[in-house]
Design a protein around this ligand. Structure first.
Ligand code: 8X3
Length: 246
């Protein structure tokens, strides 16, 4: 029987790379995102299925669950992201609301909707959180809070489902240079986005993280990788980043 995976946020970056990795491992991948042109191209490339879905909309998520059907081997909750880097004194709370809608509520909504299918397949759910969930940093309250809340989902679900046939795993990436993460965070300001990675010899790529996700997701059913933190060698900690200057 062909194994099936769902990857949310599959239109770019870590999500698209994960869809490709899982397809190479033989999974039929449901590529889930809002931007239908991108996921259709990806699905065609990897022999998967594009599912247009905004995880913040209950009707879209119901339709996704319908498309999944009765069995699902892997759910990769990747849809999410950061908006802004202002201190709390200047925070745009609409942006915070959007971050919580996607990273937290959207993730919970999708997970809830396909959990019966994951249980039926003795499957695994992998949450892509962030090292931003470890502690707050300056300007990060909204994003760090959203990612910490997403981590709470992982922790609670693993306890709630301890005697059920499903694995609950978390990947916590540090600095990853994708085409969109920082660009989105800084509202399309390409120069500011690139400055995040300036001088860093080798930030992680989307492929590096996808490789780790695929590893975690494809362990045998009795092996639960609770959390895997992955950073570039140049980032010893959130604020300790090696940059080559001059
Ligand atoms: C991305 C990591 O350091 O920008 O999730 O918060 S960071």
């Amino acid at each position: 029987m062909t194994r099936t995976a769902v990857v949310t946020g599959a239109s770019s970056g870590i999500g698209a790379a994960t869809a490709r990795h899982l397809a190479r491992l033989g999974f039929h991948v449901l590529c889930v995102a809002r931007r239908v042109d991108r996921i259709e191209a990806l699905a065609q490339e990897i022999g998967g299925t594009a599912v247009e879905c905004d995880v913040t909309l209950p009707g879209d998520v119901d339709a996704l669950a319908e498309a999944v059907g009765g069995r699902l081997d892997i759910l990769v909750n990747n849809a999410g992201g950061a908006l802004g880097l202002e201190p709390v004194s200047d925070a745009d709370l609409d942006a915070w609301e959007q971050m919580y809608q996607v990273n937290v509520l959207g993730t919970a909504r999708v997970t809830k909707a396909v959990l019966p299918a994951l249980l039926a397949a003795e499957g695994a759910v992998v949450f892509v959180t962030s090292t931003a969930a470890d502690a707050g940093y300056e300007g990060g309250a909204g994003y760090c809070g959203a990612k910490a809340a997403e981590r709470a989902l992982v922790q609670s679900m693993r306890l709630e489902l301890f005697d059920q046939p499903v694995r609950v795993c978390e990947i916590s990436p540090g600095m990853v240079h994708t085409e969109e993460f920082s660009l989105t965070r800084f509202g399309g300001d390409a120069e500011r986005a690139e400055s995040v990675y300036e001088g860093v010899p080798d930030p992680l790529s989307a492929d590096d993280v996808a490789d780790a996700i695929a590893y975690v997701a494809t362990r045998p059913p009795h092996v639960n990788i609770d959390r895997l933190t992955i950073r570039p060698r140049a980032q010893a900690a959130q604020h300790k980043v090696h940059r080559v200057t001059g």
